[in-house]
Structures are given as C-alpha cells and as structure tokens.
Design a protein around this ligand. Structure first.
Ligand code: PLP
Length: 423
C-alpha cells in the first residue's frame, strides 16, 4: 500500500456507528501513514480503527499490577485498599448517607464525627480531624495556629517529600513565618529555647521521612521539645509523614508521639496506615477545634468516599490488621513470598531471584525488606507496561524482575498470562 491508497478520514469513519469514529479514524490513518513512511505494511485499516476505538473507550485511570517491590508506591497510587474498606466505599457511594446528618437528633451532623471515635481509640488522642492529604493537614495546622506568626523548625527537618512538597514552601503558604533553628546535622533543645520570642506560635517537628542523617548528628527527643513547648505555653505539632498506627520498623506511631507530649500529630492515610489518600490530625481537643473552625478546613475536607474507606480500614486495626494489604505486604514471611515467586517462575519458565523490597511513600527509607522475584527477559518490561492489565516491573542486569512481595496470590495467574501474551 502507498500513501495515496489510504482512504480519507471520512471514508474510514463512515462504516463505524460510533461517536468517536472520526477521531479514531484520524489516528488509524496517521498510524498507517507512519508505517508506510517507515517502509512497513500498514495492515488492515479496519483493524486499526477497531483498535483505536477500543483504546479510546478504555479508562485512562486503570488498575496496574505492581511488580516493583515498592509497597506504598506513590506513582502507583500508594496503598491498595482492604476488601472491607472497598465494601464501605461501595455501600456509601451507592446511595445517600448520613455524611452530615445526625440520625438520632434528626438534624445536621458533622462529617468528622464518623472516624473521630475510632481514631481516638487507636491513638489515645482527645480529638481527630480528617482532610484530603497530609500536606493539607500540615498546612491547615500551621494556618490555624500560626498565621502571621513564627514557626520554629530544625534545619535538619526542612525536607522535600517528593513532587515539590517542601516544608518551607508549605509553611510560607500557610501564612506563617519560618524560623530555622540549629544546623543541618545538629540541633539541640537549647536552640529552640533561644529562638522562642514574643512572635513564636508553634514548635514544629517534621519526621525525616525519606532520608536519614548519619554520623555527627543530634536532634532533641520529642519529650524534650514537649517540655519546652509546655513551659512556654506553645503547641508542639509533630508531622509524622507516614505515621504508623501499629509497630512497623522504626517508624514512630501516632500514639507514641502523643504520649511523648506532642499537642497535634499529623499523618497520611495512604502510606503505612494502608487506607485512602487522607491527612489525619489527632491531638488536643481545643487545638483540633481551632483547625475545624478555620476557613481552609472547608476547602481541604475529605469527601464521603475517603471517609468511608478510612473508616473501613481503621476498623480492621481493632482485630484484623493483617487484612490491610500494606501491612500484609510489609510483614509477610519471606518464605511465602518465595513460594509465590516459585509458582510464577514455574508458570512462565522464569528464574527465582532474591531481591529487596521497600516500604515506599517516603517511609522507612533504609529498611531492606527481604523478597523474591521471578526474572524474565529484559525486553518484556516495555510490553508488560502497555499490556492489559499493565504490569510495572524493574529491569536490572539485563532482566525484568517481577517482585512478588507487592503481588497477591490472586495476581500471579494474571501476571503469568500477561507474560505469555507479551512473548
Ligand atoms: C508524605 C509526607 C507528607 C505529605 O503527605 P501526603 O499525604 O502525601 O500529602 C508530609 N510530611 C511528611 C513528613 C511526609 O513524609
């Protein structure tokens, strides 16, 4: 076929009874033209059109199989939800809900009431508030408690989380003024004490989520900061980043942080907690109330689907935490992961390889979680990524590694099928 033999867009589109046909026909012809120019056979134009129509109908935001071994993978949507959490979402999404309706009183209620109780129970806090993400939680806390005034932060904690979330920028946007204390590697309690002045509104501690400082370093313990804050009658806000609700590696839990004297603790819903994207603030009731009444709260509040997923996830912490996928992946015995890798290797004729998985989401950056992968040919990686369902893997030393810590048993057959289709 030559360029002049190609049909016009209208000709090709005419046969298909589809509102997307013209656009799809244009793409099909563009593709065929490129093939002819490259000296290739453009194939059947009708088939190209069908493929374009199918691709136009496919959702843009899709489920992906995560074979990277990075558990709370930020680019892959962080935490997969537990079945129980998904059930809560479906139930609430299907119809109306008591989102802001008090069923007993028969009048207006608060959307914050639904998860506040269980968050208090799980963290020991007096009160709790949920917003869209932890960046919003930190921003709201600073805006409500320190607008136009000073916030003290250690120079060792002026971090960037990723995608440009920088503590100094968030602070500036909240309307508070940053006062840096100490040095990059060493900050002492006395540095905070000498920086406190009449304009100081908040002591902020930020967990060094995604990196660790080693060597000649010093940071005051949270208890020491809490004593200073209390003596000066200033709130101590602790941004935990990931924030665990149960012991996971050396990641601080919200309960420990409150017990050590933090007045407000902020953490993410979709990192180690294993729930939906959300920002949780727990702590002193009077401070949480100031956040709730701040105008920004209205702009940052979480929606009903998030609250439903969060409630469903938090409920599992009471007696079935291992049903939360993130916790299961973090804690699963390495022999179970190896058995999964062996099964996959058998299905696709790959090799079992020892690997190291990561917590992801900027949590536990140094933790090397023992894992196993099934190694297949290097050239499969690109094809797997654009397959259906897409599989994201890691290429190393000339091979594609399918890490089995971030795959579930149910996904092994799907991956095996995907590999076979790509070959
Ligand atoms: C991840 C992180 C944030 C931002 O949390 P999101 O839920 O992603 O908005 C803020 N602070 C710290 C220390 C973090 O690690």
């Amino acid at each position: 076929m030559e360029l002049r033999d190609l049909p016009s867009v209208d000709e090709l589109a005419r046969g298909a009874d589809d509102p997307l046909a013209v656009e799809a026909a244009r793409r099909a012809i563009d593709g065929a033209r490129a093939a002819i120019r490259a000296g290739e056979d453009p194939g059947d134009l009708r088939e190209r059109l069908e493929a374009e129509l199918a691709s136009a109908r496919r959702p843009a935001l899709r489920r992906v199989l995560n074979a990277t071994g990075v558990i709370a993978h930020t680019n892959l949507g962080r935490a997969p939800l537990a079945a129980e959490a998904i059930e809560r979402v479906t139930e609430v999404a299907r119809g109306y809900s008591n989102l802001e309706y008090d069923l007993e009183a028969g009048g207006r209620g608060s959307r914050q009431a639904h998860v506040a109780g269980i968050l208090r129970r799980l963290t020991g806090a007096e009160a709790a508030l949920v917003v869209n993400n932890n960046a919003a939680a930190v921003m709201l806390a600073l805006a409500a408690l320190a607008e136009g005034r000073e916030v003290l932060v250690s120079r060792g904690e002026l971090i960037e989380i990723g995608d440009g979330f920088r503590i100094p920028d968030v602070l500036a946007r909240s309307g508070a003024r940053l006062v840096e204390v100490g040095t990059t590697n060493r900050t002492r309690a006395s540095d905070y004490e000498s920086a406190i002045g009449p304009d100081t509104a908040v002591l902020l501690r930020v967990h060094q989520s995604n990196f660790r400082l080693v060597g000649f370093t010093e940071q005051p313990r949270l208890e020491q900061l809490a004593r200073i804050a209390q003596r000066c009658e200033l709130p101590l806000v602790d941004d935990l980043g990931s924030g665990a609700l149960v012991d996971v590696g050396d990641e601080p839990t919200a309960r420990e942080s409150l017990a050590a004297g933090a007045d407000l603790v902020c953490f993410s819903g979709d990192k180690l907690l294993g729930g939906p994207q959300a920002g949780v603030v727990v702590g002193r009731a009077d401070l949480v109330e100031r956040l709730r009444r701040h105008p920004l709260q209205r702009a940052l509040r979480a929606d009903k689907l998030t609250l439903a997923a969060l409630e469903g996830t938090l409920a599992l912490y009471l007696d079935a935490a291992d049903r939360i996928p993130v916790l299961r992946m973090l804690r699963e015995h390495v022999d179970t992961v190896r058995a999964r890798a062996e099964r996959l290797a058998e299905l696709v004729g790959g090799e079992v390889e020892e690997t190291v998985a990561r917590a992801g989401g900027g949590a536990l950056p140094l933790a090397e979680i023992p894992s196993y992968a099934c190694a297949v040919e290097e050239e499969l990686a690109d094809r797997l990524r654009v397959g259906d369902p897409p599989v994201v893997a890691v290429v190393r030393d000339g091979r594609t590694l399918l890490d089995c810590r971030t795959l579930s048993d149910d996904e092994v057959d799907e991956i095996a099928q995907a590999v076979k289709t790509c070959r």
